[in-house]
Ligand binder design. Structure first.
Ligand SMILES: [Zn+2]
Length: 500
């Protein structure tokens, strides 16, 4: 069997002022054809899972385009056109194919298309006709009718932090194999309660998200149920369908798919008030970290998470750390290529006076004028030790570790969410020995940091990934929706978008 694969992956935060052009994709990863194997074979990632799944079934895999960018603003029309045409030409040029298995994100917005994945799937369907068209998705996918109507099978991650991309991709290939041998005829139902949960409430390691996942897994064991996708959604794509989705896929049983998807949607709605979050005021958390006897205290700057489209050059937390006189910590990371250049020019051991961070916008703190000592310099590449994306390469670009008032401040040339401890270790920093670890991350940091953390505190920081969703001025998401509209907090009748 011959399987075509490809990826156009982006989580678009339409409130970001960083336009996502082709260069943004090149920075993170834009590879064509066989290069996909060099980059992902043997990695515990979704593309790695598609490669391995095809290998296990003896399928020939034909790669087209792999394009992914760090979350940022709306994708330019030109960039999406180039990537889409690359993908479609790859599918057209692959002769005698039996199925398509894509790895998509599900929250991509371009200047032209509010739902880029729907466009991708619709265009590919027109090229390939009735053969199986399957895609894996991120846990933050905002599913749409267009996506569900054009794909035979949609499989999302079950975890946030995302540690099961590989497993879900293998599952997608396994189910594709069963569609090809005729033993599986997918029937599916999409339900979307009017809920737009903030990222903190989406953490699958605790109630309430854990309860929904547990219920989905219980249903997956029922006869006739093949796979269930629970997607918490990505608020800042601000499309009508943004928010929580449930897709139940059964074997040739539409009524069963409908009733289970509705049941999950109803359950989420009943629990909605438990999806409100209350992070800690920053100075209160820092004063606590200063006197804590069990360390390290992990402090999450959830408002400036590049994984959700924030710039990662915010100074709000660093300024507060210096005001509180906190020492012996590490901050991961501040994105500031100019400061890295300044540090490289000065050299290790030298003192420099810098205007650090705060360059991208005025939402995450102003540039901070400080004197720093260049502690070390590095090329900024490392191999992930996991559990997220184990074995995959990360690239922060040229990187400087600055000593600012007794703290290690990691300054990078590329935006990189701190999700892996190799980020520190590759720079000669042992994070476990630090008093505190300040991370610019909403939830992903937990996978690697919780095992070494004495405690984790979510900071109530301002920014493009703040859970204070009512302040954003959403324009396109359907209303009313929880938690943007006050009436949705009370007991009202459930209004579900019925989408089969
Ligand atoms: Zn995600």
């Amino acid at each position: 069997m011959r399987i075509v694969t490809g990826t156009i992956s982006h989580e678009t935060n339409v409130f970001s002022n960083i336009a996502t052009d082709l260069e943004e994709f090149r920075k993170r990863g834009l590879v064509y054809g066989e290069e996909l194997f060099d980059r992902f074979s043997g990695t515990k990632t979704a593309p790695g899972g598609i490669i391995e799944g095809c290998h296990m079934h003896g399928f020939e895999l034909i790669p087209t385009v792999f394009a992914a960018a760090v979350p940022s603003g709306t994708i330019t029309a030109e960039a999406f056109d180039i990537l889409l045409n690359g993908l479609l030409n790859g599918v057209r040029n692959a002769t005698a194919i039996d199925a398509v298995v894509l790895h998509l994100h599900g929250a991509g917005v371009s200047e032209v298309y509010p739902d880029i994945e729907g466009k991708v799937l619709e265009e590919i369907r027109q090229i390939v006709g009735g053969i199986p068209l399957v895609a894996t998705f991120d846990f933050h996918a905002n599913f749409t009718n267009r996506m569900v109507e054009n794909a035979d099978l949609l499989i999302g991650y079950d975890t946030y932090p995302h540690i099961d991309g590989y497993e879900r991709a293998v599952e997608a290939v396994n189910l594709t194999a069963r569609m090809l041998d005729g033993s599986f005829k997918p029937t599916k139902a999409l339900r979307q309660p009017p809920m737009l949960p903030a990222l903190q409430a989406q953490f699958t390691g605790r109630y309430p998200m854990a309860k929904l996942i547990e219920e989905a897994h219980r249903m997956e064991a029922m006869p006739g149920v093949e796979t269930i996708t629970v997607a918490a959604g990505f608020p800042w794509s601000d499309i009508p369908e943004a928010g929580m989705s449930f897709i139940v896929t059964t074997h040739d049983d539409q009524p069963l798919a409908d009733s289970l998807a509705q049941s999950l949607s109803d359950m989420a709605w009943q629990m909605r008030r438990d999806f409100l979050v209350s992070p800690m005021p920053v100075h209160e958390a820092l004063r606590h970290a200063k006197t804590a006897t069990a360390t390290p205290v992990v402090l999450a700057d959830i408002g400036d998470n590049p994984g959700g489209g924030s710039p990662e050059d915010g100074t709000y937390v660093l300024e507060a750390i210096l005001e509180e006189g906190l020492e012996g910590g590490v901050l991961a990371v501040i994105w500031d290529p100019e400061i890295v250049t300044q540090a490289l020019d000065a050299g290790e051991g030298q003192a420099i006076t810098i205007e650090l961070g705060g360059h991208t916008d005025d939402l995450h703190g102003a540039p901070l004028t400080v004197t720093a000592r260049v502690k070390s310099l590095a090329d900024g590449t490392f191999t992930n030790e996991g559990p997220m994306g184990t074995g995959a390469q990360s690239d922060m670009g040229p990187t400087a570790v600055l000593d600012i008032e007794g703290n290690d401040i990691i300054v990078t040339s590329k935006r990189q969410q701190p999700t892996d401890l190799q980020l520190y270790k590759s720079l000669g920093i042992d994070p476990g020995t630090k008093r505190f670890i300040a991370v610019k991350s909403s939830v992903h940091f937990r996978a690697a940091h919780e095992p070494i953390a004495a405690e984790v505190i979510e900071l109530d920081t301002p920014g493009l990934t703040s859970p204070r969703l009512t302040g954003f001025g959403f324009k396109n998401v359907r209303r009313p929706i929880f938690p943007l509209d006050a009436e949705m907090l009370g007991i009202t009748e459930l209004k579900t978008m019925d989408q089969d």
